[in-house]
Each structure stands twice: as structure tokens, then as C-alpha cells.
Ligand binder design. Sequence first.
Ligand code: LRH
Ligand code: MN
Ligand code: MN
Length: 388
Amino acid sequence: MADSQAVRAALRTQHIETPSWAYGNSGTRFKVFAQEGVPRNAYEKVDDAATVHRFTGVAPSVALHIPWDKVDDYAALAAHARDRGISLGAINPNVFQEDEYRLGSVCNPDSAVRRKALTHLLECVDIMDATGSRDLSLWFADGTNYPGQDSITARQDRLSEALRDVYARLTGDQRMLLEYKLFEPAFYSTDVPDWGTSYAHCVDLGPRARVLVDTGHHAPGTNIEFIVAFLLYRARLGGFHFNSRFYADDDLMVGSADPFQLFRIMTEVVLGGGLSQTSGVAFMLDQCHNIEPKIPALIRSVLNVQDATAKALLVDADALRQSQVDGDVLGANAVLMDAFNTDVRPLLASVREDMGIDPDPVGAYRRSGHQEKIAAERVGGSAAGWGA
Ligand code: LRH
Ligand code: MN
Ligand code: MN
């Protein structure tokens, strides 16, 4: 995109959703670290998401995880969000934290357990009706630990059945995003382990069903940008759960370890039309900040996505196409590298100034005194949901 006005407009309109669970205390299997000033309930998580939006200008919604964010009145929570200038985003059901789910949720061999899971998924669509959320983000911890433990294909049949029932309940502009994950918590087989499995179910279901790509859910070395390009090409890319990983599902700040991978992903998004408002690609974070302060970590993460997007927007698509047609391998690669090696910090600072935002959002947050204020005001903040 050569036109700098168009680049600036695209940067202003790309929205990045933050996850409610990133604001609560979190940790690893070994320890949940308590931090000062963390939210005590869903309302305060919404407040923190609004703070991230205030400093970045491009994070106007927050995803909920149910029941971690259970409240009596979801319409009231949506009104609270609106009052603070944001909205409630994707609803993430939780069918992985109860004893009954030991052998899975919707793929469980026991029909009573499957019914319990389905009931929760349908309740989450009721919540979407109350909050006005568009997306139901489905992730299943289902799978097996041992060869022979269960029939792989019978589990697929059970999965299809549940997905069909949930799909039939969607109305208006509601969508279903099906997230895949290579392994964990199941270690032998996972029922939705990869984009192909998710894609096949989405195609069976219909146009409201799309694939959700969590960047942490792949084997090392996987070419995630290929997956992104293919799904966009087939109009089945529902969105992202962005985070950074080295070893497994590390859930660290997106773009922190491998900004080049994030650039490659965003380049395919831009080239595939995924930034346009009509593409329906949802840019969401799915992270945990175990050892760093949470609000500035989320601000930094939003900026990292913006940084990669800005560089992707600077790819000279015409020159790239010409090099490709000419079979100019080095030339084509140089077009991408030129964009990646551009310092986009002045451009982003100027876009922020146009939006009436401090050009240095992390510094502005530090200087604002907000962290000290919430540390003093909030005593006994809650865990994000697991390891509590
Ligand atoms: C699973 C996952 C999924 C869950 C979230 C807490 O690893 O990525 O999106 O809902 O983490
Ligand atoms: Mn995820
Ligand atoms: Mn994950």
C-alpha cells in the first residue's frame, strides 16, 4: 500500500481485542504469582481493558471467558463497558475445568457429560445475545492420552453433533470460531489438533463457522503464514489469538520473541484483504502476564501487532507482484525485507498524535500513575481462572 493516507487509515481502524483473563493473576502449573492492583471481578477487568484502549486507541473490546467472568447481568456488564468507551467482544466458553471433563467435553464417551458441555455452549450463545457479542470462540481440551483409549472417529462424530447444535442456535451476525491446538492437555491425540480439522468442520457447518488461529498452538517451525493465507483465500479465517511462544503454548507477549514471524503473518493478512472491515478477521490477544505488570504488557502487545501491521502495509504489492511474475526470487524477497527493515516508529507516533493519543503509550501509562492508583485501591485481586 503505497498511499500513506491509506496506510494511516488502516492503522487507525485495525482493532485489537484484549482478553479478560490476561488482566487477572496467572502463572504456570507450578505457581500463580499474585500481583498488586489486579482486578477483583469482571467489571474491573473491563475497566483495565478500557485503560489499554485509552492509551492505545485501537483496543476497543475485551473478550470474556465464561465462567471466569460470570456475572448476574451480562447486559449490565455490556453497559459498563460502553460507559468506559469499549464493548464486550468474543465469548469463550470453558468446558475444560470440571471433573466430569476428565475424558473430554463434547467428545466425551458419556452422553450425559456431552449434554452438560453442550448446555454450557448454548448458555454462552445466550450471553452473546445479552452482550451483543458477534463471536463464540470455541476451544476444546478434548483428546486422549493413550493409544486405544477411545475411537478417534467416534470422537469426531460427537464433536460434529455438538457443533451442529450450537451452530443452529446462532442468529443475526453471530459466528462460531473453532480454535485448534496441536496438543495439551491431551498428549496422544487431540480432537481439533490442526487447522485442517477445524476447517473441515467449519465447511460442513456453513459460512458462520470459521477457523481461529492461536499462534501458540503449532509445532515449532510450522509455517503459520501459509495457514493464514490459505484460510483467507477460502474466506474461512475467523481471527487470531495472538501470543508469542518458544516451546509450547507459552502465551507471552505477541511479537516479543519473533517479530519477523508476526510481520510475515500480517503481510499475508494485508495481501489477502484481511484488514478490510468486511473480511471479518478478528485480531485478538490470548496471553498471560505472569512475571510482568499486566496493563503495560497488554499495551506493549497491542503496539507490537500495530508495528507488524504497519510494516506489512508498507510492502510494495505492485513491486512484489512484478518480481514474482518475472521469477525474480531475490527481488521479491527484497521487497518484503525492505518493508520489514523500515523503522515504522515515527509513522506510528504520528498516527497516534492524529488520534489524540500520546505517541509513547507505554511511557504515558507509566507516567500516568494509574498503576499505583489501582494497587492502592484494589486489594485481593483474583486469579485469571486457572490455578486459583
Ligand atoms: C487454550 C487457549 C484457549 C483458551 C485460552 C485460555 O490453550 O488458547 O483459547 O480459551 O487458552
Ligand atoms: Mn487461544
Ligand atoms: Mn492457548
